[in-house]
Design a protein around this ligand. Structure first.
Ligand code: AMP
Length: 475
């Protein structure tokens, strides 16, 4: 493994990295920084949590050492304002010993301040595509000098319907620019976009499941849909320490969980697409400073949430697909820390449960020794593995030992199965905005009625199995 010094970074950058406490480059940094400094285009399959922000910002800064010429020389496109702000914060930290001017622009807020910042002069611009094009069309941004273009979370940008904006922005940058293209997943539409933009790219593949799941202990609580609220209270009572990030499927669900937890006396805040930017920034700030113990979020709002040392993620609602699951649980276990991901798996979550296990090639510990577990027949149905055509096989799945067992009824632990990792299904991509998570106007979280606090015994039976991350370098 190479050190940051060996990657050819300037001493001012090295000093900032030391201040940040970074000792060695992560695999995505080792690959990308070297190639980017050499001038190659890069196609990186890597997620948030792998250190990819530094992977693309450090070479940008390296190119800016001792430069005095005016104009935007690097442009980073990101899907959401949270991620854009996160990138800006990282850039600020890494460039603290340099004279590099950067600014961040995103929609949903007044553009007045953003235009003022642009007028002051910018070397590195971080932007969401829609607002950038708006300001460009109004004549506030000139991109013709952009020599490094970064597309971060390209798959998400495509999901959000930004493909034409991206192509347009790309065409406005200098023709001989370098492009660094990152995506958590590489389905055909993303690859097609990449190949239309990149010139003979070097490719880096940080296998997502292995990277993200590496240090995360996973557990499924098998719970009746109408008792999720009680289950959450029960879990929180038994786990009084540590910050918790809770995911819900819908914005309404997030509000309900937040309200309910606040009523119980928990310091809980929520973020989702219907909250004002101010409210989102405040909530995230409170969570980062540990003024709030619990943050409730929807998937889109959670993009870019970067909280070091976050011990728990709870999926109160199961995610839409296995890759979202990996994204969600990857909020814990970051940058070398360990973490735990808990999911509430209900009677109608059979398909997603098996999709996740197949995707991760892993059997996740199921916990049933709590008061809100499914009835036996529902439990058996839930655990039946689907056959290829979608029909059910007879009998419960391997690993099921029945209800009431001391170990929680399932002894398998996070066991790796023999099935190959499934590719992301196109069908699971679907909608283009947060609205797609709001289909269930009732909230979807089972957080409807009120029930009393439970005093049931602590759930147990957690087994762990880790596997190590491998970075595969191509080219
Ligand atoms: P990212 O994937 O860019 O969101 O980074 C995930 C987390 O890892 C952030 O909290 C970074 O500050 C941290 N990080 C990035 N690179 C390193 C490194 N080389 N050593 C230690 N921590 C890092």
């Amino acid at each position: 493994m190479k050190s940051f010094e060996e990657l050819g970074l300037d001493s001012s950058i090295l000093k900032a990295l030391k201040d940040a406490g970074y000792e060695n480059p992560t695999p995505v940094q080792e690959g990308t920084i070297e190639w980017a400094i050499q001038g190659h285009d890069v196609l990186g399959c890597a997620q948030t949590g792998t250190g990819k922000t530094a992977a693309f910002t450090l070479p940008i800064l390296q190119r800016l050492v001792d430069r005095n010429d005016k104009g935007i020389k690097a442009l980073v496109l990101a899907p959401t304002r949270e991620l854009a702000m996160q990138i800006a914060n990282s850039l600020r930290d890494y460039s603290k010993y340099m004279r590099v001017r950067h600014t961040v622009i995103y929609g949903g807020v007044s553009s007045y301040e953003q235009i003022r910042n642009l007028r002051r002069g910018v070397d590195v611009l971080i932007a969401t595509p829609g607002r950038l094009l708006d300001l460009h069309n109004q004549g506030h941004v000139f991109l013709g000098k952009v020599e490094t273009l970064v597309l971060d979370e390209a798959d998400r940008m495509l999901d959000m319907g930004f493909i034409h904006d991206i192509k347009m922005i790309e065409s406005l940058c200098a023709e001989d620019k370098q492009t660094l293209f990152f995506s958590a997943t590489m389905p055909p539409d993303v690859r097609k976009l990449a190949m239309g933009i990149l010139k003979d790219p070097k490719q880096l593949d940080i296998a997502p499941a292995e990277q993200k799941v590496d240090r995360i202990e996973q557990e499924m609580y098998i719970v009746r849909r109408d008792r999720k609220r009680a289950m959450l209270n029960h879990w929180l009572e038994n786990n009084p320490e540590g910050q918790v990030l809770i995911f819900t499927k819908t914005k309404r669900g997030a509000d309900r969980v937040e309200e309910d937890l606040q009523e119980q006396g928990y310091r809980a805040v929520a973020i989702h697409g219907d909250k004002s930017q101010g409210a989102r920034t405040r909530a995230l700030g409170d969570f980062k400073k540990n003024k709030a113990r619990i943050l409730v979020a929807t998937d889109v709002a959670s993009r870019g949430i970067d909280v070091d040392q976050l011990p728990f993620v709870i999926n109160v609602d199961m995610p839409e697909n296995a890759e979202t699951y990996v994204h969600r649980i990857g909020r814990t276990g970051r940058a070398g820390a360990s973490g735990k991901a808990i999911s509430f798996c209900c009677e109608d979550d059979r398909d997603i449960l098996h999709e996740i296990e197949k995707h991760l090639n892993l059997e996740i510990t199921k916990t049933t020794d709590h008061p809100f577990v499914l009835l036996d027949n529902q439990l058996g149905e839930l655990l039946e593995k689907p056959t290829r055509g979608g029909s059910r096989s007879g009998g419960p799945s391997r690993g099921y030992k029945g209800r009431g067992g001391r170990s929680g009824g399932f002894s398998g632990g996070n066991r790796r199965g023999g099935a190959p990792r499934s590719d992301r299904s196109e069908g699971s991509r679907g909608g283009s905005s947060e609205r797609k998570f709001d289909r269930d106007s009732s909230g979807g979280s089972g957080f409807k009625g009120k029930s009393g606090k439970s005093s049931a015994p602590s759930a147990g039976g957690v087994k762990k199995k880790f596997f190590s991350g491998v970075a595969k370098k191509k080219n």
